[in-house]
Design a protein around this ligand. Structure first.
Ligand SMILES: [Cu+2]
Length: 125
């Protein structure tokens, strides 16, 4: 009886539907963490592979910060809204091969150093 129940449970687990929004398969989104502080950005990886990614923006500073993300040579700009100190925000993004510029759009933070480059290239972990 217990074995049968365990088997039934295992079957349920196997048959459980994928979470809503999950893509077809095996590939999990790449995660990159951007740490923001006065006045710089630090990236957990300087280069990542193309594809679906989550850029986790974390404000370790004492002032509010935000982030703009733009693939160099293209017009589209992704936005992380203003994040308060100690808070974070996950930006889902489809990364294409190339270079992305990241910067804070608040006041003159970009000029003060809150800018970074993320390289996206095939073959990167
Ligand atoms: Cu800022």
């Amino acid at each position: 009886m217990r074995i049968a129940a365990a088997a039934a449970f295992a079957a349920l687990v196997v048959l459980a539907p994928a979470p809503a929004g999950a893509r077809t398969s095996k590939s999990f989104p790449t995660r990159v963490q951007v740490t923001a502080k006065e006045f710089w950005y630090a990236l957990s990886s300087r280069s990542v592979k193309p594809g679906q990614a989550v850029i986790e923006f974390v404000n370790f500073g004492q002032d509010p910060h935000d982030m703009r993300v733009q693939k160099i040579g293209t017009a589209k700009v992704y936005s992380v809204p203003t994040v308060q100190p100690g808070d974070h925000y996950d930006l889902s993004i489809e990364l294409l091969p190339g270079r992305y510029l990241l910067w804070c759009s608040i006041a003159n933070h970009r000029q003060l150093g809150m800018v970074a480059t993320l390289v996206v290239k095939p073959g990167t972990a």
